[in-house]
Design a protein around this ligand. Structure first.
Ligand SMILES: N[C@@H](CCC(=O)N[C@@H](CS)C(=O)NCC(=O)O)C(=O)O
Length: 215
């Protein structure tokens, strides 16, 4: 048995597909359309009780949820691909810092943006929740733009300079969400350079296209 990935186009499962592709791995894809809330159906909740995408089933049958844990596990399982700096390397701490920020601070705003009705009983309040989620997501990107060591130079575009790491994938993908396709190029040129460099990587380019992350 190989990897089995539950996901949907343009969702968090795109990040997992990209990480696997960088490791030279493929997954059997199982569609869980967010349209129609298939992620909340009992058969999927039995696999991922949070009702979220992605879920990755490892070749040994272990079920993994939470994209950050999944990406770190992929890096552990494929050490030859060197998807993250080695334990003890300060560059690893930098990569983990930005991965954790995107997972812990940015992703919750995506839920508010996608499902504002979960956060208020008042339908009239939903547009305001969505607007604030978008603004707060953008604030997170502004922090990365200003404080990560991003050069903005296409020759050295990544969070670790010229060295690509798994940390670049969530930043690139999430920079397209919550209105980011239009906002990020105008406001975060260094992140935009990183996103374009990630999108151009040979292993990732076809996935970036299939998940329709530009335009
Ligand atoms: N903490 C989760 C969040 C995943 C998440 O929110 N995924 C979205 C799709 S990008 C989702 O499944 N939304 C459906 C819902 O919340 O019902 C992770 O990091 O993997």
């Amino acid at each position: 048995m190989g990897y089995v990935l539950y996901g949907d186009a343009g969702s968090g499962s795109a990040m997992v597909e990209m990480a696997l592709a960088e490791a030279g791995q493929r997954a059997e894809l199982r569609a869980v359309p967010l349209e129609g809330d298939h992620q909340l159906r009992p058969d999927y909740l039995a696999i991922n009780p949070m009702g979220r995408l992605p879920t990755l089933v490892l070749p040994d049958g272990l079920v993994m949820t939470e994209h950050l844990a999944i990406l770190l596990t992929i890096a552990d399982h494929h050490p030859k691909a060197a998807l993250l700096p080695a334990s003890g390397d300060p560059a690893r701490a930098t990569a983990l810092r930005w991965m954790a920020l995107m997972a812990g601070e940015f992703y919750p705003h995506v839920t508010r943006w996608d499902y504002p009705g979960r956060f208020t009983p008042d339908p009239a309040a939903e547009p305001g929740i969505r607007t604030r989620a978008e603004e707060m997501g953008h604030d997170v990107l502004r922090v990365v733009e200003a404080h990560a060591e991003l050069s903005g130079d296409p020759a050295s575009p990544f969070l670790l300079g010229a060295r690509f790491s798994l940390a670049d994938i969530p930043l690139a993908v999430m920079s397209r969400w919550c209105g980011g396709r239009a906002w990020t190029p105008r406001n975060c040129p260094r992140i935009e350079t990183l996103a374009r460099a990630v999108a151009a990587r040979p292993a990732i380019a076809p996935l970036w296209e299939r998940h329709r992350l530009f335009g």
